[in-house]
Design a protein around this ligand. Sequence first.
Ligand code: NAD
Length: 370
Amino acid sequence: VRQSATPRYSSSSSSAKARRVLVTGAAGFVGAHVSIALKRRGDGVVGLDNYNKYYDPSLKRARTDLLRREGVFIVEGDINDAVLLRELFRLVKFTHVMHLAAQAGVRYAMKNPASYVHSNIAGLVSLFEVCKSANPQPAIVWASSSSVYGLNSKVPFSEKDRTDQPASLYAATKKAGEEIAHTYNHIYGLSITGLRFFTVYGPWGRPDMAYFFFTKDILKGKQISIFEGPNHSSVARDFTYIDDIVKGCLGALDTAKKSTGSGGKKMGPAQLRVFNLGNTSPVPVSKLVSILEKLLKVKAKKKILPMPSNGDVLFTHANISSATREIGYKPSTDLQTGVIFMNVFSTLTIIDVVVPPVNIATMASSEEVP
Ligand code: NAD
């Protein structure tokens, strides 16, 4: 694993009071980055992950090696295992839960719908059940998704917009998660903050994301498909760099109020929030491909196709004014800079046998970068 792929969070003597945080999905892309950031600022972190095979678990193991070197305590297990969760809460009086474990991915829902119900609905309820009975009850920050906006075409998406038209089962389970959060807040006094992430990218990223399979296929000289909307309109995403997402997660954690329940009973009004964490500047997927072409110095073989009905939406664009105001969220990385920082090869070298014949250092400092 190359040193250049290591996330760049500085150790700091944060003035924030040290917290005891359970991070679920810690071996995942976002979970690993958030765990390291929390640990480096002095919080106690226990990471939980079931190492499922949605994508190559060797990438999750590689992230875990990194986490262990940082001093993060890792437990292998499933959020549906209430016995394990209760034992963890007995051993560590968690002040916060950063819940990032989920079945991610939009298209995979057509192959394995049960995995979405297992992790994103049953798993969420299992975790909330244990949190509700814990003493103290932790404040919870969890990952929802921009996909809840579904077929809503009013952009930029604001938290008040309609979310009743999910375009995929993934989106439906995230939307259900938000409704479930409402009930646990209402009945049991759990403090819950949902974060709607917008297409996150960065080092150690998920290999099922477009930027990885585009890079792989461009390097192999394979044709890539770029989808377009009606009347040749661009399909665009509000790509958001992982360091910005991590700052948003920490901002949400630091402004989370205490839960107000005890012994499974609500004792007072509790905090319930939801925020968009996006970049506020959607980029057409074709532009992402041209950035990759210039970095790789290889021309992609492109095929333009109409967007199929596979759960993806045409366009995402976050309004982040609420997150900026309430949790101090201010993304600062544009796509081109982020793509250079992310070093796609860090993931490709772990999951692929063949290391691409490109010098990363030269690539990152190239003046030909657009
Ligand atoms: P990821 O797949 O890399 O990480 C999720 C981790 O959770 C994996 O390591 C997986 O093994 C673990 N996991 C899944 N089900 C589990 C279970 N039942 N018990 C224990 N562990 C389990 O995905 P990610 O990109 O890091 O996403 C993190 C969160 O952010 C997810 O909730 C995802 O839905 C959400 N999200 C991500 C994006 C994005 O662009 N990456 C966008 C919107 C929302």
